[in-house]
Design a protein. Structure first.
Length: 435
């Protein structure tokens, strides 16, 4: 690879640093949104504009591909909105435009952070600060969760009275769950990769607070991410312990974390919520509203998304061909009020059509192909802990998107997925070249 292709102008270098530090700003923007300060959307909209400028300033080797993609993306967005203005009734212009821009934020950030991360690593022969900033963000979020608990000021995760949990001073429990799910494997990676026992002792309390926070949110996504990450850590530590007896301490540490998590889970909000979901509630009624809520919670959880999916599928079947290709817009061709299935792949398909979902996910498909090709080239021999846990973070991000939503079309969460995906690309390329 010719290093001259990655020479950057001074403005481009400054923009790269801004995007790295923009990651560190995310929790502050999310808290501002909770307190109705309208700066989060403004900052993210400015980031999209700055990203476009950065791509223009980037070397020609990359500019042709990215500029062509953005031209196609912009043309699609214009056609998508124009078609639905003409076909869809009612058409809520502000809602449609906001949802479209928030969704387009993800593919742009995927490309921007891929270019930023590649430039940092090739020019300075080191990783960007992105992977160091994510644990800082997760620690900050957990501290806010703790403060909200102590002051009893946390935002309830669920409206259902029978379900427990809060999201601290963050607006959406689902988005927060996705962020924590992607960040937790990086926290575990930090614990495993530091060599000093003193540093491990410093990181360990942070890991404990993060686990507590994820169980306190009360969602299956955050709880599942804790279990999957700790099981992966036990597996990876077991392999390392067989190679080197000095690594047995790590195996003991993550095994204890897993056991303690399982033991305390029933006493946390997620334990309560799993009990409500899986076990018939036979306690005595403490109030008419609460008892009705308990009875209704389980069937609503099981049937809600299926009902929305059936409605959207019927709307799509009746939609004109042009909407099948370019999408029915936010919530489909609704009659009463727009609703999402809250499974990102399905929502993208119905809301943006067959052409739209391909265009929106094209950067992910391209980068995903390169990552898989690089790993296959090494015959899996170069899969070390950084590659494993970064891949796990990306996998949990996409898994959450496809199962629970609130990732691809939520800039607060999608920026983390974009940054982690770009970092995984760089790690895979480094392993491929070393092999």
């Amino acid at each position: 690879m010719n290093p001259s292709l990655y020479m950057r102008s001074e403005p481009a270098k400054r923009i790269e640093h801004l995007f790295v530090y923009f990651i560190l700003l995310q929790p502050v923007l999310d808290i501002s949104a909770y307190f109705d300060l309208l700066i989060s959307d403004l900052f993210r909209l400015l980031a999209m504009g700055l990203g476009a400028v950065y791509i223009v300033l980037h070397p020609k080797a990359k500019k042709k591909k990215t500029l062509l993609y953005f031209i196609v993306l912009i043309v699609f967005i214009v056609l998508h909105l124009s078609i639905n203005v003409w076909v869809k009734a009612p058409f809520h212009s502000q809602t449609e435009l906001t949802y479209t821009i928030k969704t387009a934020f993800f593919p742009e950030m995927v490309i921007v952070y891929a270019l930023v991360t590649l430039s940092f690593c090739r020019q300075r022969n080191e990783q960007t600060s992105i992977l160091r900033f994510i644990p800082i963000n997760i620690g900050f979020i957990s501290a806010i969760m703790l403060l909200a608990t102590l002051t009893d000021s946390g935002n309830r995760t669920y409206g259902a009275l029978a379900k427990a949990g809060h999201s601290g001073w963050f607006f959406s429990g689902n988005e927060l769950s996705a962020i924590m799910a992607m960040g937790f494997p990086i926290i575990v990676l930090s614990l495993l990769t530091v060599n000093s026992l003193a540093k491990k002792c410093i990181i360990l309390p942070l890991v404990g607070i993060v686990i507590w926070s994820m169980l306190t949110i009360g969602t299956k996504v955050s709880f599942g991410a804790v279990l999957i990450s700790l099981v992966t850590a036990v597996f990876a530590s077991s392999i390392n312990a067989m190679r080197n007896k000095k690594n047995r301490f790590d195996l003991t540490l993550v095994s204890l974390l897993f056991i303690i998590t399982i033991l305390v889970m029933p006493e946390t909000p997620i334990g309560n919520n799993l009990n409500v979901l899986l076990i018939p509630h036979e306690d005595e009624s403490t109030g008419e509203v609460e008892q009705d809520d308990v009875i209704k919670t389980k069937p609503q959880l099981l049937s809600g998304r299926r009902a929305f999916l059936e409605q959207l599928n019927e709307q799509y079947r009746r939609a004109p061909f042009i909407q099948k290709m370019f999408g029915m817009g936010y919530g489909g061709n609704f009659v009463d009020e727009p609703k999402l299935v809250e499974m990102d792949a399905i929502d993208l398909f119905f809301n943006f059509g067959l052409i739209g979902i391909i265009i929106l996910l094209l950067p992910v498909l391209y980068i995903g192909y390169r990552i898989i090709a690089n790993i296959i080239y090494t015959r899996l021999t170069a899969v070390d802990q950084p590659l494993l846990f970064t891949g796990l973070a990306v996998g949990l991000g996409f898994g959450t998107a496809f199962v629970a939503g609130h990732v691809v079309s939520a800039p607060a969460a999608s920026i983390y997925l974009a940054a982690l995906l770009s970092h995984l690309l760089v790690l895979s390329e480094k392993r491929q070249k070393s092999t």
